[in-house]
Design a protein around this ligand. Structure first.
Ligand code: ATP
Length: 459
């Protein structure tokens, strides 16, 4: 498969990049079960805790899942307690948010962390743009992600994007494709977590006629379908271990072997995403290290929305203006303040859903938009939905079939929004909760303009 292009081409892009000067630091565990562990804080957001997604993962049982977050800033390191159970101490002070401008010691649970700030400044590369394809962001953290991806886009290098569900991994992957020389070629997506293990090999590589019971005709896999374009392997962390060597071989040789057939070459750029930390899966022996390195020529971690609060209101405004088709739509200041202070467990997807609800139903009390049980969403599917008071007068003035269709779409959108909000935006959980098949959910989301496209329909 083709490799990275020359530096000359990537340099051409660098004029679109700026940099912010920040102070990076070293962390060292100086007491507690993980004594001796060190980590470099040189990315925009760095999380310490015992959860799987943490940048410094501690084994101390008294530490919370995401105990504290460190953010780079020009004057020092901004330390924020992540709402931990037993708090974070800096000296004799219990802190919620402070900026360290000199070396300090932090105590979390039974662990003591020494923070040693660099004496000089580090340059954090950020994009000069606030938009990369369909992804929008004003925070240095997001503009750093844009800068990395803008640099990688013109090459054929594989990129691995990690981040929680709903942070925008797919939007970013599509942007990489549309800014690459393959933009005229196909973009094919496959969700490795949504396909039964028995089918995934043939979904990836295709099969010959008669290769297995039920294979009554030959079929191309996604590699063949993406020939000349980009293949997006979503939820790559879910790829069964026994298939990983086959994928590695395909990436290394540029050849795929359909089930029951002979190998042939394909010209495909592979982009992958996962909402697990793949490095941890490698550590546990669940993901092959050689495949990890092959996929993660560039590895980008997209921070959750709660770690880039500057993005919340600008994103909300852009969703509102798109939905209302009114570039002058504004958010009431108290509603904007509520949005800014919310934790967004479902990330940008959840924010988009809240704004969709706000635009769709309006709200005398905007707080209700966050409370899906008590809010207007619950009402439309409940007993009061039969009351004419719950319906717009406009619907009664439209032809019956149009009005019915409009109401059905509103219901579907509200129902899905509610299901996804209740499951933190995790489609797999929404499938269990609603009883709607996963491909149908994706199709509905696509049809209703909720962010997915037909490429998601891989089953
Ligand atoms: N930075 C952004 N700018 C604009 N829209 C965004 C951004 N990030 C996410 N979105 C929107 O939020 C929704 C979720 O994004 P996306 O599907 O890319 O997330 P994801 O990380 O791939 O989620 P999952 O892991 O659940 O598949 C989509 O509607 C997308 O358009």
């Amino acid at each position: 498969m083709p490799s990275m292009k020359s530096d000359g081409e990537t340099n051409a892009l660098s004029s679109a990049h700026a940099s912010v000067r920040v102070r990076a630091a070293w962390l060292e565990v100086v007491s507690g079960p993980d004594t001796g562990r060190r980590a470099r804080v040189d990315r925009p957001v760095f999380v310490v805790g015992k959860g799987e997604g943490c940048d410094l993962r501690l084994t101390d049982g008294t530490v919370s899942r995401e105990h504290l977050r460190l953010a780079l800033s020009p004057i020092g390191i901004v330390v924020t307690d992540g709402g931990s159970k037993n708090g974070t101490l800096c000296g004799a002070l219990r802190i919620e948010r402070i900026t360290l401008v000199a070396d300090a010691t932090l105590i979390l649970g039974a662990t003591t962390l020494a923070v040693r700030l660099d004496t000089g400044e580090t340059e954090l590369e950020v994009s000069a743009r606030e938009q990369f394809g369909g992804a929008f962001g004003v925070s240095p953290a997001m503009r750093n992600v844009f800068a990395l991806l803008e640099r990688a886009a013109p090459s054929d290098a594989p990129v691995l994007i990690e981040g929680e569900s709903g942070v925008g991994k797919e939007v970013l992957v599509r942007a990489v494709h549309s800014e690459s020389r393959r933009r005229e070629g196909p973009f094919v997506a496959i969700d490795c977590g949504a396909i039964p293990a028995s089918l995934i090999e043939s979904e990836l590589f295709g099969h010959e006629r008669g290769a297995f019971t039920g294979a009554d005709r030959a079929r191309d896999g996604v590699f063949q379908q993406a020939h000349g374009g980009t293949l997006f392997l979503d939820e790559i962390g879910e790829l069964p271990v026994d298939l990983q060597p086959k994928l590695l071989r395909a990436l290394e040789t540029g050849e795929v072997r359909p089930v029951g057939g002979r190998p042939h070459s394909v010209d495909v750029r592979v982009l992958a995403a996962t909402n697990r930390r793949l490095g941890e899966a490698v550590h546990r022996g669940e993901f092959r290290i050689d495949l990890f390195y092959r996929l993660a020529v560039l590895r980008v971690v997209v921070p959750p929305l709660r770690d880039r609060r500057e993005d919340i209101v600008p994103l909300a405004l852009s969703f509102l203006r798109r939905t209302t088709r009114d570039p002058k739509s504004e958010l009431p200041p108290d509603f904007a303040a509520l949005l800014s202070s919310y934790a967004w467990p479902g990330n940008v997807r959840e924010l988009r859903n809240v704004i969709d609800r706000y635009a769709l139903f309006g709200a005398a009390n905007p707080k209700q938009l966050f409370d899906t049980q008590a809010g207007p969403i619950a009402r439309i599917g409940g007993a009061s939905s039969t009351s004419t008071a719950a319906l717009d007068a406009e619907l009664f003035d439209s032809p019956f079939h149009e009005a019915k269709q409009e109401l059905l779409e509103r219901f579907e959108r509200a129902y899905l929004t509610h299901a996804l909000a209740a499951t933190g935006g995790i489609v797999t959980k929404a499938v269990e909760r609603t009883g709607i098949a996963r491909p149908t959910i994706y199709r509905m989301m696509n049809r209703l303009g909720m962010g997915k496209t037909s490429d998601d329909d891989t089953t």
